[in-house]
Each structure stands twice: as C-alpha cells, then as structure tokens.
Design a protein around this ligand. Structure first.
Ligand code: G3P
Ligand code: MG
Length: 247
C-alpha cells in the first residue's frame, strides 16, 4: 500500500450545507469546526481558468444563468454565489482553485479536488486541473488528492501530473471497476458509502488502494464504515462530527 498522508475526515464542498458550497466562506467554516481536509468540485471557465462549482449550470448556486463553462472567469467572478444560501452570505464570490490553494497552503490544510468537467470536456478538464494543481502545490509537503467519476479525466490528469495521487469515484459497483482504478494508477476508490462491505473493502485493500466514502452524514453509518476498516469519510455534517477525533 502506498503512503497515505491524509486525515480520515474530509469536509464536503467546504462545510457541506452550512455555508455556500465551494466558496471560501465554506472552507473557512469547515476549518473552524476542526476539519483539516476539504473536498471541492473543479471545472473550467471558457477561458481555461480552474474554478469551483458543483453543477454544470449556474442557477442553483449563484445568480448566474446557463452553462458555467460558457463564461469567462471575468464574467464568473462578478457573480453572487452566496445569496442563494442565506442573506448573511450575499455577495460571496465564486472561487478559483488558485485562491483556495493559497489559503490551504497558508493554513496547512489539505485538499481533495474532484474533477467535475462540464460534459464533453472530460480530458481537457482533467489535464488542466492536474497541471494547475501541480503548479500550485509545487514543493508542498502534501499534494492534493485528485478524484473523478470520469475515467477520461483521471487518465488526462495522470498524463499531465503523474505524481499527484488519484482516486476513482464510484456511484455503483460494476464489474471491472477495480481494474479500472488500478489501470488509472489510483491510490484510492471513493465510493457511495453503501457500496462498502467486507468483500469490497478486502478487494480494494488487496489491490493496494484506500477505501473512502461519500457523503456520510449519520453516526450509525460512520461506525459501520470504521468497523469495516475503511480509510476515510467525506461528510457534510462538520457540526455533527466535531469535536470527535479528526485524525
Ligand atoms: O467527491 C465526493 C462527492 O463530492 C461526489 O459527489 O455530487 O457531491 O460531487 P458530488
Ligand atoms: Mg464533489
């Protein structure tokens, strides 16, 4: 098994539902609750900037409209990504990966960058995110973990920055998923949590990879996953799982 420098707890989109997802306000809140590692969703603007947004479209989490990947960063940077969440977050801007990287590095926090391509841009996004991450974390003690549901994005990331650890995200367990992750040189599989049982954990560990889960928000599931010997949990509930051990 390769080295694994990451803590067991990862805060989903910064602070889950407690602040506008993927904004600096969310990462600050997650850190305030004691989390040292964060998951975020990264995609490309029309002019090739890597920025954070979960959906392909802007409507749910900003006052913009349409496909986010069709706008330049200059256009995206003027949007309000906080009012949809709550009045106190009005005016919160979208975040570039570069700004989050600088904050993480300054604070000593770790990052899981989920490559979330606008449909049709899988390879280009994987390539760009990996290059940007390699540039931003050059010389850092702990590299970011790159993950994706899209094998094409991970393959492109591997070509661009083979030294950055990768993880395959899985919503359903399919024949061949293990060899797919191995072929991509993954260090981990990050599964929808019901996929883990004694058999899947044993298979992934035997293949030399770590077993992580998303998105786990209740204590009973947490206990089941630790009892199975899984290695990490991504949660929205930064309030619920603090202050238990965040090792
Ligand atoms: O990276 C884990 C998790 O975030 C994957 O699902 O839809 O929340 O990005 P989603
Ligand atoms: Mg995600």
């Amino acid at each position: 098994m390769t080295a694994w420098p990451y803590p067991r707890w990862i805060a989903h989109r910064g602070a889950g539902l407690l602040a506008p997802e993927n904004t600096l306000a969310a990462f600050r809140l997650g850190a305030h609750h004691g989390f040292r590692m964060f998951e975020c969703d990264a995609k490309l603007s029309a002019d090739g900037e890597v920025f954070l947004l979960h959906d392909a479209t802007l409507e749910r989490t900003s006052n913009g409209r349409g496909s986010a990947g069709d706008l330049t960063w200059a256009q995206l940077s003027r949007l309000d990504a906080g009012s949809w969440h709550s009045p106190g977050h009005a005016g919160e801007p979208l975040l570039r990966l570069e700004a989050l990287a600088r904050w993480c590095l300054a604070q000593g926090h770790m990052l899981n960058i989920e490559i979330k391509p606008t449909p049709g841009t899988e390879a280009r996004t994987g390539d760009a995110v990996a290059r940007e991450a390699a540039r931003l974390w050059a010389g850092a003690a702990t590299p970011p973990l790159l993950s994706s549901f899209q094998a094409e994005a991970l393959a492109a990331a591997r070509l661009a920055a083979p030294e950055l650890p990768r993880a395959l995200l899985l919503h359903t367990w399919t024949d061949g998923c293990l060899s797919k992750a191995q072929d991509l040189g993954c260090a981990a599989m990050v599964c929808h949590h019901p996929l883990w049982d004694a058999s899947t954990v044993a298979q992934v560990h035997a293949a030399g990879m770590r077993c992580l889960s998303y998105t786990v928000n209740d204590e009973k599931t947490v206990q089941k996953l630790w009892a199975l010997g899984t290695d990490g949990i991504i949660t929205d509930r930064v309030d619920l799982f603090y202050p238990q051990s965040l090792a």
